[in-house]
Each structure stands twice: as C-alpha cells, then as structure tokens.
Design a protein around this ligand. Structure first.
Ligand code: ATP
Ligand code: ATP
Ligand code: MG
Ligand code: MG
Ligand code: MG
Ligand code: MG
Length: 284
C-alpha cells in the first residue's frame, strides 16, 4: 500500500527546489517586525525607546544564537535583527530557505514566549510577525560595510526620534509641528535643538539606543560547540590554502573542541576598524 502511493507521488519531490547558498560567502539573515509602528502604539511602547521591547528582541536574538552555533555575530536595533552566519558554515546544507525560516520563526516564537515575563500585565493583543531575508556578502569588507550601514541607520533614526519625542513630550508640540521643526535638519542641528531647548547632551543618551545591540562569541571561539561540520569545513578550507601557518591554526581549532560558547552583548561601535581589530576571531 505504502509503496504504491510512493511510486505514484514520487515525482512530486522533483517540484521542490533546494537552492543552496553560494559557498564561502558570509550569510546574513535580517528579520524585521511587520507593522511595528502600529504594534508599538497598540501596546503602549514608551517613545522613542521602549526598554521592554528591546529586552524581548535581545532575548530572542540570544536564543537564536544559542540554537544556531554557526552564527558568529548578531546586530539589533528597533524592530530588526541581523544574524551573521560563518562564511564556511554548512548549516542545513546551506539551504537558504531553511536557514532563514528556522531563524525567523524561532525569533518570533521567543519574542512571544517571553512577552508576559517582560511586559507583565500588558496583554499581547495579537501575534506579531517578522519578515526575513537572506543576503550573501562575498568578503569581509562588504560584511563590515553592511553592519556599519545598519548601525548608521540606528544612529540617524534614533537621533531623529529622540528629538521628535522631546519636542512632543517635553516641548508640548503636536506631532505635525515637531515634524515640521525637524524637516531638513542635519545631525548637528538636532544636537543643537536637544542641547539648547532641553539641556540634553545626545552623547550621554544610553548607548543601547544610540548604537543598538551587538552580540558575538567570546574569544576563544568555541568551535567545538558549533557543528563539527563547520570545524571540518574550516580545516578543509585551510588545508587548501598555501600559507605556512595553516597547521597551527588547524590544530587550535581542534583543541577548541568541547569549549562552551559564551555570547557577549555590547552596545559598541562597529563603524570603523577598531571593533574588528580588537576582536579578530569574529571574522576568523
Ligand atoms: P514594516 O512592516 O514595513 O517593517 P514597520 O511599522 O515595522 O513597517 P519599521 O520601519 O520597521 O516600520 O519601523 C519600526 C517601528 O517600530 C519604529 O519606527 C518604531 O515606531 C517602532 N518600534 C520598534 N521598536 C521600538 C521600541 N523599542 N520602542 C518604541 N518603538 C519601537
Ligand atoms: P525535522 O526538524 O527534520 O522536521 P522532526 O522531528 O520535526 O524533524 P518530522 O519528519 O517533521 O521530524 O516529523 C514530525 C514528528 O513530530 C512526527 O514524526 C511525530 O513524531 C511528531 N508529531 C507531529 N505532530 C504530532 C501530533 N499532532 N501528535 C503526535 N506527534 C506529532
Ligand atoms: Mg521594513
Ligand atoms: Mg518593521
Ligand atoms: Mg524596522
Ligand atoms: Mg519537522
């Protein structure tokens, strides 16, 4: 009976495409809350930055990093998070659809799972959704530019939002008036408004708001807790390399087997070289 059905329906498998992500490229999965402008108003988020939602986003990202050890770094701001997967990862056979859908569904589920721990009595009025995309970056320079771009976006939006909500909440302006006041202004103008009208030095605002949240694995990286496939593919890659220091690096990867991976959370600048030169193990 079973075999008969299988024989008849086997061809259906051929309709399934299983595209694989280009080898040796960095894989970035970015998720973003769907309609969070409305979601934040409906749940009375404090503006411009509600700490509870940031905490939920960060908890969800940490869970994703713990479940998927090939993620080397995550960056979050507002309702978005980017997950960077090691360029030599063979996670889920590099099937982009699987990787992306696993990450985004675990993220959304964890955001909801922790809702009442963080928001207390504030009822979750409806299920939030997140979109996801997967993007390949072929070298370190593009990857660093990508992360700088997201962090610059955080900076620009946060400066605007900080000014906007100061004008509304403290300056008693209508939303329309605040918008008009800020139209066409540059960063330096916004700093000036904050300082002269509200006595606020933008640089002393919480770094979590200004810079977003970066999570990465502590040095030495616990390759052992990552899939052994990853370590193996690294060795493969290294032994294909003509440089002289290969064996020492390969050995150190093997030695790291079994180490646990501690995820570090920071609110630091990834714009510029310093972040990367101080933490060379992240890009490997
Ligand atoms: P889309 O579905 O296209 O992403 P969106 O409404 O989610 O639409 P975004 O550009 O993603 O638009 O912006 C997210 C919005 O969510 C922010 O503009 C802000 O209003 C709100 N938001 C997200 N996180 C917070 C937070 N921690 N505190 C306050 N507001 C937040
Ligand atoms: P993968 O991550 O590869 O999908 P999996 O463990 O989810 O692994 P599936 O082939 O998807 O494997 O099978 C789902 C399994 O979940 C079923 O074999 C069954 O054991 C269990 N399951 C799912 N739904 C039910 C249900 N309603 N009642 C009992 N068991 C269920
Ligand atoms: Mg969007
Ligand atoms: Mg959104
Ligand atoms: Mg967004
Ligand atoms: Mg299953």
């Amino acid at each position: 009976q079973h075999t008969k059905v299988n024989a008849k329906t086997n061809y259906l498998k051929d309709f399934e495409r299983k595209p694989k992500l280009l080898p040796h490229s960095w894989v970035v999965v970015r998720i973003d809350g769907k309609g969070f402008h409305k979601f934040s108003e409906r749940h009375n988020f404090s503006k411009p930055n509600d700490n509870r939602s940031i905490e939920l986003m960060n908890k969800a990202a940490l869970e994703v990093m713990q479940k998927f050890p090939d993620i080397v770094l995550s960056y979050g701001q507002s309702d978005e998070y980017s997950f960077v997967i090691d360029r030599y990862s063979k996670m889920m056979d590099r099937r982009g659809n699987k990787i992306m859908s696993n990450i985004v569904s675990l993220f959304a589920a964890t955001y909801v799972y922790n809702w009442h721990n963080v928001f207390g009595n504030t009822t979750l009025e409806y299920s939030p959704a997140f979109d996801a995309r997967v993007v390949l970056y072929p070298n370190n320079s593009c990857l660093c530019d990508y992360l700088s771009w997201r962090q610059a976006d955080c900076h620009i939006n946060n400066m605007y939002n900080t000014c906007f909500w100061m004008l509304v909440q403290v300056g008693n302006k209508s939303r329309k008036e605040a918008e008009e006041r800020l139209r066409g202004t540059f960063a330096k103008d916004k700093r000036a408004i904050l300082l002269s009208d509200f006595g606020l030095d933008y640089d002393v605002e919480d770094a979590m708001y200004r810079k977003g949240t970066v999570m990465f694995r502590q040095n030495p990286r616990g390759i052992g807790a990552a899939s052994s496939q990853l370590a193996a593919s690294k060795l493969e890659h290294l032994s294909g390399n003509s440089q002289g220091n290969i064996s020492s690096k390969a050995t150190s990867i093997e030695k790291e087997e079994g180490h646990c991976i501690t995820v570090v959370t920071e609110h630091t600048d990834m714009i510029g070289d310093q972040f990367w030169t101080q933490r060379p193990w992240i890009l490997g």
